[in-house]
Design a protein around this ligand. Structure first.
Ligand SMILES: C[S@@+](CC[C@H](N)C(=O)[O-])C[C@H]1O[C@@H](n2cnc3c(N)ncnc32)[C@H](O)[C@@H]1O
Length: 214
């Protein structure tokens, strides 16, 4: 059995990445020959396990660096449990951030040898600030021609269950920001400013795929 099928079977009841999305991701990673992958937002590690499995099934070099909050360790099961169970711990390195991935990305950017990635799956924090700044930082870590896959293109604060359950959080935002789609705004403004090609959208997955200029 392939690792991909193993992950699909073992973790079918775990949120979030769905199998049809993982299949799209597999096609993209294989078509691109992507070996060095970074993921922003792993939650319980399901998408990370899928990406690790895709790399493992290729049978060559390939690794995933993935970031989330330190609190993600408290999920039961958590990413470490999933990777251990699927035998993928050697392919995937989780980084547990004390405050935000933005600071951990700074550490990568400032490292003596800045890593460069072929592919980024961006699925963490959907607000204007976290997505806009996160994407700018990721741009500094993507190789020319690298791919950026954004999740939740149509997310809004007004429709978010989290914000609906805590309406007091919305008071500090203007009404147009509450109704805005920040990920799509970043796609339309920041990525075009950086010269990215909008390769395509995957409406069923709420994804947008963009390519950094060569
Ligand atoms: C939708 S979940 C990721 C799901 C995962 N990619 C999957 O498909 O299985 C989004 C994650 O982003 C993380 N996140 C949001 N803002 C963050 C920040 N500023 N720093 C680190 N992690 C953040 C959240 O903790 C959450 O676990």
């Amino acid at each position: 059995m392939s690792k991909f099928d193993l992950v699909a079977e073992l973790f079918q009841d775990i949120p979030y990445m769905r199998q049809f999305e993982a299949e799209i991701l597999r096609d993209l990673i294989l078509q691109e020959g992507a070996r060095k992958i970074i993921e922003v937002g792993f939650y319980q590690g399901k998408s990370s396990a899928y990406i690790g499995a895709i790399l493992e099934d290729q049978g060559e070099e390939g690794s995933l660096l993935t970031l989330d909050m330190a609190s993600a360790r408290r999920h039961r099961p958590n990413i470490e449990d999933l990777l251990e169970k699927a035998g993928l711990a050697q392919r995937v390195t989780p980084i547990f951030c004390k405050r935000s991935y933005t600071w951990e990305l700074q550490r990568l950017i400032s490292a003596p040898e800045r890593p460069l990635f072929d592919f980024c799956y961006f699925d963490g924090g959907h607000t204007w600030d976290s997505t806009g700044f996160g994407v700018l930082l990721i741009d500094m870590l993507l190789r020319p021609g690298g791919l950026l896959l954004l999740d939740d293109m149509d997310w809004t604060m007004s429709r978010s269950k989290h914000y609906q359950s805590k309406p007091e959080l919305l008071r500090k935002f203007d009404a147009d920001e509450v109704e805005s789609k920040p990920v799509r705004l970043v796609w339309d403004t920041v990525l075009t400013h950086l010269g990215y090609e909008q390769v395509r959208e995957y409406p069923d997955a709420h994804w947008g795929l963009a390519r950094k200029p060569f």
